[in-house]
Each structure stands twice: as C-alpha cells, then as structure tokens.
Design a protein. Structure first.
Length: 374
C-alpha cells in the first residue's frame, strides 16, 4: 500500500504539525506502507540526510515570520508525483498551498483523499487583531475538509468543531507522546547549573513565541508569583522562537532565561526533565503536544483547560487548571507549586502516569487500520 503526504510543514522545521506528520510517516513505513512526502524545501538542509522519498518544493520565508515557508502552488510537480507513484491515498496534512494543491491533483486523478485538522486557524484571528476574518477562515477550513473521505484530528473538542462546520467523517487520532524520549530520567543537574537555575523551582514554557500562544499570560503570571515568593525561589525558562520573541525578551521579568530554538532529539527532552513545572496559556490548541511532552518528562502542568489541552489536564491529578487568560489564577498556581513540595511531587507523578498511557504505537496501529479500511 502506498500513501502520499502533502504538507506545508515538515522537518527540519519543528512544530506540532511537522512532528506528528513525521511520526506518521515513520510509523506507517514500519507497518509496511510505501510513504512519500511533498513538502517545502528548507534552507541549510543537510542534503546527505534528506529522505529520498521527500519531494522538496522551492520555498521562501513568510514576511515577518521567516520560520514559516511559502511554496509556489506547483500543480504540475504534484500531479506528476501522483501519476508516477500511483498512491492508494493522498493525505493532505495541512490546509494551505501544498495541501490544497495535493487535494486538487488527487481529485483529478481519482485518488482518495484524507486530511488532518491540527490547527484552528479561525481562533487565531482575534490574537492577530483581525477577528472579522474568523468566520471566512472557518468556512475555508470547512470546505477543505469536506472534500476528504476522512479527517483526522487529535481531540474530541476539535472533532466537535469540525462536525459543527458540517464535516461528516472525523476520526480522533494523533494524541500520542514518546514517553521514552521525554522521560524524567533525562533530568540534568549539570544543565540546571549551566542555565543558572540550580536550586530554584523552575517553570518552563516550550513553544512558538507567537500571539496566539499567550506567552504574555505566563510571563506576567510569573512576575506576580515571583513578587509573592522569597528572592531566588523561582525561575522561568522560555524555549522557542517566533515573531513575538524580540518583544517578549524586552518585556520579560528580570532573570527570565530565553533559549531560542532547541534541537528536538536530545536538548529538548533534557530541558523538559530538568525543569519542575510547565506553564502554558494557549487556548487554541487542538492537542497541545508540548503539554504531553512535559507530562511525559514528569512535569506538573499549569494550563487553561481549553481545546485539546482539556482532554488530558486533570486538575489536582497531573496539574493545575486555571481559567483562560486569568493571570492572577495562573500566578496563584505557580506560588502553590513552588511552596508545596508534596503537591508538586504528587502532580508530577500523575503527569507521568497520564503520558505513559498515550503511546504512539497504539495510535499508529489505528492509523494503519483506518487507512486500509478507506
């Protein structure tokens, strides 16, 4: 069996969509599928390590957000790939240029189409100051996914959103985490000393530094929490890059550690495990992969129970839930964890237990079965 993925993001770019797509590709190959990918070409890629089954399309940086790549809609290349490979399925993993061109080419070639719904872009519009675009974006997303035989999305909340938009066949899939890679055993005292957080209760944020992620809420909550604690008791570490990075660095509470983009295979797991709690404020996640990675690393999570995050966050069991955008409530949760050692240990244990039940192996078996059924 053969599947062709069409995606606007893929490694070496790192985000939730690219990570899950790459895991899907590797897992399906292990299960006997012949998997090919059409994705953007990224600058500074190591040609020697490039997957020969990835067709890389020329791309350019998105203005104001160069980490995102824009691809010209090269229908001829995509259609030629479909004609040559003769896939049993085309999986359009993103809703934009590569995904949409893949849809058009697959439909004209008579190949069944499936899609992924990883990101609720309509909810992003308020964060970017254009709330009037929310409904047009939602209508576009609905049209895109209605063209598929099946849409895969990682949470019941996002499935409900799609059903309300009139998408009929929606399967909850993709809520897994690699609990071997992200593991408390990777905690490093040497790293804590290097980062200057040795001895301090350390809150960690990992993710894109973009408007929709609400990093301002985390930073302001930390500022207020720190003012209620003795000097040096707590620290905040921020890992990630994005269009808001310069502004966030300029307005961060004193002593906040910014690490920028981190290599995913070794540096990021060690960072997670070397922190003490994970702080998150986004309300637009369909999954919140970083939350699951933090739980797998044995971190209690402070987060708003919204979207996909709500399906795994258990207040008092693996973390502390606070009302969306409530800075004072987030700060109070930080103070509780930094001052109550027994609570921190209990929530960290519960977080790891939650993650251990969410294996990628089981998710990939379900994807394999779903594909074969279609």
């Amino acid at each position: 069996m053969r599947v062709l993925y069409c995606t606007d993001t893929y490694p070496p770019q790192v985000n939730g969509v690219s990570v899950v797509t790459a895991i899907s590709v590797a897992g399906l190959r292990e299960r006997g599928w012949d998997v090919h990918v059409i994705a953007p070409r990224y600058p500074h890629e190591d040609a020697a390590r490039r997957d020969p089954n990835v067709i890389a399309l020329p791309s350019m940086p998105l203005p104001l957000y160069p980490d995102v790549r824009l691809v010209l809609p090269d229908y001829a290349v995509v259609r030629a790939a479909i004609d040559r490979l003769k896939p049993d399925l085309v999986h359009c993993a993103t809703e934009f240029i590569v995904g949409r061109v893949g849809q058009i080419a697959a439909a004209r070639a008579g190949v069944p189409i499936v899609t992924s719904y990883h990101t609720d872009f309509s909810r992003y519009m308020t964060s970017y100051g254009v709330p009037w675009l929310a409904k047009p974006v939602a209508r576009y997303l609905a049209r895109f996914h209605k063209r598929a035989r099946r849409t895969f999305t990682p949470s019941k909340a996002s499935r409900a959103d799609l059903l309300r938009l009139g998408v009929s066949d929606v399967e909850v899939w993709g809520c897994g985490v690699d609990a071997d890679r992200f593991n408390p055993s990777r905690r490093s005292q040497e790293l804590r000393v290097k980062l200057g957080i040795d001895g301090a209760f350390t809150f960690l944020y990992v993710g894109r530094l973009a408007a929709e992620k609400g990093v301002d809420v985390v930073m302001e909550a930390y500022r207020r929490a720190e003012s209620q604690l003795p000097p040096g008791v707590a620290r905040l570490v921020v890992a990630g890059a994005g269009p808001e990075e310069k502004r966030l660095r300029a307005t961060a509470p004193p002593g906040t550690v910014f690490l920028g983009f981190l290599e995913r295979d070794a540096a990021l797991p060690a960072l997670y495990a070397s922190a003490d709690a994970f702080a998150f404020a986004s309300t637009t996640e369909t999954l919140g992969l970083v939350v699951l990675e933090a739980m797998a690393s044995g971190l209690s999570v402070i987060a708003a129970p919204a979207g996909g995050v709500a399906e795994h966050l258990r207040d008092g069991e693996n973390g502390i839930a606070y009302p969306a955008n409530d800075v004072d409530a987030c700060a109070a949760a930080m103070v509780r964890l930094a001052t109550d050692g027994s609570l921190s240990v209990r929530l960290r244990t519960g977080a790891r237990r939650t993650a251990e039940a969410l294996t990628w192996s089981a998710e990939l078996d379900r994807l394999d079965a779903s594909y074969r059924q279609l």
